[in-house]
Design a protein around this ligand. Structure first.
Ligand code: 4H4
Length: 262
């Protein structure tokens, strides 16, 4: 996959290209990356890329001519790539959008600055507008890095097999299970015994149950758009029975009944 970023700060991307998953993907020729400096397409000695907004108002707007010329240059380098404008007004980036973009031939990211870009760029030069969240950044560069990182890790062979990516939080529509590694005891907290049992079916069931409970506690909204399997419904029903029993015992015997602490 080919990633091209259009920015007035191309040097922001050098550290990003040189580390971690992105570096590994480049070294393995799984992705190609490049940054185009929009200033190279600006006229005049000072290579100005912004100007005051028509109609007045605060801030500056990115001029259409240098941006349009830079996008044309990028399109020539990567003709099959999708042109994405990073903006708070775009559709919200999430796991499903990451999976959608990971099947693209390539992505060209237009990193706006200031108050955004001239609207005529959006009309004629952009295929998609994406936002990484409902807040305003000083530039689209960080948003481009977020998307490149999330999309790259989904490319087959990057994480040592799709298994890792497919077990991510959100990939199954709910949060991932609790993760543990050595040592077995840390600060008085032990690794759950079941994870040391070697019983893969029990471990799988435990992981599903911790996924469900942390989703219920942290992100119950995720259940709204996700069909529950029979097994998941059985787990949730078991919790209901357990909760009902606690409430029943409390109503009859008061707190501590289960622990015999009368
Ligand atoms: C674009 C600021 C548009 C304001 C920008 C507007 C994000 C984001 C972002 C630099 C650019 C800002 N990019 N997700 N959130 N006039 N980019 O904030 O529409 O308010 O991706 S505007």
């Amino acid at each position: 996959m080919n990633f091209v970023v259009l920015t007035i700060f191309p040097e922001m991307f050098n550290p990003f290209w040189e580390h971690g998953i992105i570096r590994r993907a480049i070294d393995r020729n799984k992705i190609r990356v490049s940054a185009i400096d929009i200033r190279d397409f600006a006229e005049g000695k000072h290579r100005v890329t912004d100007d005051r907004p028509y109609g007045g108002g605060c801030g500056m707007v990115m001029k259409p001519e240098p941006l349009g010329a830079a996008i044309r240059e990028a399109t020539q380098k990567a003709p099959l790539s999708k042109k994405i404008l990073l903006t708070p007004q775009g559709r919200r980036f999430d796991s499903s959008v990451a999976h959608e973009l990971s099947s693209s031939e390539g992505l060209i990211f237009i990193c706006g600055r200031y108050e955004g870009v001239d609207e005529r760029i959006c009309l004629d030069f952009i295929d998609d507008e994406i936002s990484i969240g409902d807040y305003v950044l000083t530039g689209g560069e960080l948003a481009a890095m977020v998307i490149i990182d999330a999309v790259t890790r989904l490319i087959p062979g990057i994480l040592g097999g799709r298994e890792s990516a497919e077990k991510d939080s959100f990939s199954g529509g709910i949060l991932e299970y609790a993760q543990y590694t050595r040592p077995r005891s840390f600060e008085g907290h032990d690794v759950p015994e079941i994870l040391l049992s070697g019983d893969h079916k029990k471990i799988e069931n435990w992981r599903l149950e911790t996924s469900l409970i942390r989703t219920f506690l942290k992100r119950p909204d995720l259940f709204e758009n996700r069909a529950l399997s029979k097994q998941e419904i059985e787990i949730l029903k078991k919790w209901c029975v357990d909760i009902e029993r606690i409430i029943h015992n409390q109503s009859l015997y008061g707190p501590g009944a289960l622990s015999g602490g009368q």
